[in-house]
Design a protein around this ligand. Sequence first.
Ligand SMILES: [Zn+2]
Length: 476
Amino acid sequence: MKSVIVVDLRLKQSNQNNHTSFNMQAAKGLINWIKMGISEVTSAIDAEREARINAHAGVINLEFGRLKKGFAFDAAVEKFGISGGDRSAVAERVYRGFLARTWKDLSQTDRETELLSWAAGCLGISTDKVSQLNQEAAANAFQQVLVAALADNQINDAEAGQLSQIAARCGFTVQTMMATFFEHKGEALIRSAFTQYSSDGKLERDEWKQFLQTVEQLGVPRDKMLHAIRQPARQLIEHVLADARSDKEISEREEKVLSSLLSNLIDDTTFVAYVREQIAETKWMAEIEKGRLPSIGSPPEAALRAGEIAYYSGPVRYVRTRELSSGKKTEELDGLAVITDTRFILSATDKSFQISHRKILGHRLSSAGLEIRSDGKGAGTYSFPVDHDKAFTIWRVAIGRANQTIVETGTNNTRHISRDVRQRVWQRYGGRCVECGAADYLEFDHIIPVAKGGSNSDSNVQLLCRKCNLKKSDRI
Ligand SMILES: [Zn+2]
């Protein structure tokens, strides 16, 4: 019943995400569940036979112990009236018992190997079957040692030696043992070890070294390792990125850490490009916030005055809704924007206008765009289809400079959220946006803005993605 629920959840998840790997997982889960179902049915039908074979194996085992070297399987089979159909099953059951006793201490001596081989011969079990049973028993012991070894999240040399000895008893190395019996469990164990190191939002050099050593001792190749840690590695990088950006700046050190994480943990170029873009954008925005506006030369869309400096040019959409006596009237305009040190210029096919930064009475960012209040022309909402964040910020800073108001810099300490708070908030929301559950473009957000008296404590900080953060500004 439990398995059915697991399968259902996975299928549901795969529908939502439409993700192939989930579909495959779901399929595997389903197959395992069906297999399990079949074996349960089979064993239910054969319950009577099972009991009989167990009973036979018990008496044969006693007889073996009593006669020792003098034991003969044929004679015992006849003595206890074991039918021809049960014969090999009883022999296997007895041999499994020997294996279990041998491996109880999680090791097998040369003497034990010899005895097992002799017993298998006495019981007339085929060589293939013996080797299969030996492998199963060794794999079982291997797994117990592996789990115990990983309790401290790493495998030391002694533990590696023990694993290697167990594997060698059935002709395996640690690597081939892992690949043959623990391919999926191995990935899960590696992922779990990595997650324990990375869940605090950082990966120390020593932790990474220990992790790599464990991976190497288990003989897991790099591509398999990267695949196994795909999710937690991305989460770690998102966490480090959000941490770094919480002060609206990325220091040289933070950039170095991110670069090193990317090159060590990620082999997906799309994700690397996304993170690099975030870093570049944050640095670029920090420069603008400091008042270092970029000069772009004279754009062809507008005739600049002598000495006027252009900061930005790109497509813009302008919307203005007015209440007239005849009713509501909405004006929409698509054109090109140029932002300079003194004004904003909009050029469209049938209309062009400009607003001096000094004529602007106020501005406010909303999900619709930048709302401009002005006593002259140009009041309305502006959105920029390309580079909207950049355009907003440039315009806002240019307005501030033209009006000589103090530009808020990113290094303002009053809105600094401490690392402890960030760590707890990240854990609280599981590295996801509180509004929509997105796991990327995450930002630490003051629920009540610092400017309105909000604090930097746990209760006033949440995790929002950029889209939801922008939407939130509508409501404040
Ligand atoms: Zn969101």
